[in-house]
Design a protein around this ligand. Sequence first.
Ligand code: F6R
Length: 240
Amino acid sequence: MKVKVVKDYEEMSQEAAYFLEDEVKNNPASKLGLATGGTPRGTYHHLVKGYRERGVDYSQVTTFNLDEYVNLPRNHEQSYHTFMEKHLFSHIPFHATYLPNGQAEDLEAECAAYEKLIETEGPPDVQLLGIGENGHIGFNEPGASFGSTTHIAELTDTTRQANARFFSSLEEVPKQAITMGISSILKSKKILLLVSGSAKEAAIERLLTGEVDEGFPASVLYRHADVTLIVDEDAYRKDV
Ligand code: F6R
């Protein structure tokens, strides 16, 4: 794992955007795996800026998102469809963009179809990841099998509480999500993990011990050959 420590959220976001832009410049038909949440918002802002000011061309790029809440209407303001539309897709025309459908009538079939899509259209050249305070990646919560493919995940209380800041109450936070599994994520050729803020300090400390354990999902990234971690000073303890 390559570790790059940067000053703050802004620098992390700019660096991440350059990383993705380089990928697209080298391979205009790149496949990008995307994430949602507070962490990648700044990255998307910089990608949009790069598209407008530096003419980076995404017309052949295909994107795959990691996850979507189950049973939250697609146009709900906190759905990941809405998030992606608002922060990226309404600003940059991509060749194709994919997210799991959390409102599918047959959720199991949707999971299988999404996994198949990653196999046939993917895998991503770069997968962007954030990390949960409990070490989750995508919505693969502690204990999720490292062999898991796209599946329906039960969100833990910690994750629902962390995400409650985006909803008007904790009760409104969905209890399930469709998520790429850990083995689906590991299929990506490169992984870019972004981490910012003191709330993630304990998670980074645990990650950097290098111990691989299903109780801490992000630790599986040590089994991938090409992972870059961009972490800001608030999340990175200097004494680890
Ligand atoms: C989002 C996702 C999650 C988040 C994680 C961190 O698509 O898969 O794993 O990356 O929950 O969320 P933030 O960035 O809001 O701290």
